[in-house]
Ligand binder design. Sequence first.
Ligand SMILES: [Zn+2]
Length: 367
Amino acid sequence: MKISDLLQIIDKHTPFDTAENWDNVGLLIGNKNAEITGILTGLDCTEQVVDEAIDIGVNTIICHHPLIFKGVKQIIQQDGYGAIIHKLIRNDINLIALHTNLDVYPKGVNAMLGDKIGLQNMQILNPEKTTYYKVQVFIPSKNLQNFKQQLSDHGLAQEGDYEYCFFESEGTGQFKPVNGAKPYLGEIDKIEYVDEIKLEFMIEKNQKSITIDLIKQFHPYETPVYDFIQLEKEAGYGLGMIGSLDRHYSVTEFVNHVKSKLDMPSVRFTGNLEDSINNVAIIGGSGIGFEYDATRKGADIFITGDIKHHDALDAKIAGLNLLDINHYSEYVMKEGLKSLLEQWLGEASLHVNINVSTINTDPFTYL
Ligand SMILES: [Zn+2]
């Protein structure tokens, strides 16, 4: 299997265009035509992780955090990030980043964290909306069948497992060509009445330009009449998870439970130690900013990492419970991504040897 095939499979499940626009996901370093000898999953691509890939003989690393994120000004073998990039290239290792596209995936990092701490009935905390269009085109009846077929052949007018989803209603179109017109039907200065069909169908946001091209190509009129009505629907993905525990926990009990399940030597809590915890919202990494929304949605506690003093103080004054489980707790994605990849490749009857990095890339030491 080539890198390009792997990218295609990943994109099908965790589309790269669902990543935040400030993010940097996909193949960051490598060769799309390279044959994959094996995969190593990691949280951060440090030099030790590259060495690990070389040692176990795999040529593809998939990490959550993009190695190339801010502007890379130099790539020098002896210096910092340059050393890592240099080593990847010298050793023909491909580096793929699955970052915020894996965060918003319903079985992604937040679901993996939720599973670890035993959340049940998990739902997406912040479901995203996606834009789509209802299209209506007015077309002479005799051109209808071919037009619909063209739309369908180009993958338009589909809903889930259904193709060829159209609605049509009959009516009378009318127009008067004037000087300069080259009408397909009718004569200059005479009102023409035509049996027309109003054809309606749905398209995805990224199908708008192909739809316009097809209308212009297959509609017989010099000036076809059509409208795009912009609508919104749930995208089926979004950041964070909210779910419930098997029972009510005291804060101390819950904190100890989380520490042990995530194997974290130290976590930080702010809030009311007397509260009872049952509903839990979680955003791995740096999810601060969503704590008020999580509380409105019924969370007794909001879990994330990278909480700063003032965010913690604001939350405490507002009566919220926050638990900082450290950004590094996202390491659970290493195992989680291995399982997802095995499942996705299995569905495509493909097999690649997938390894989980054993390197601890937490920059902090807990003393
Ligand atoms: Zn992160």
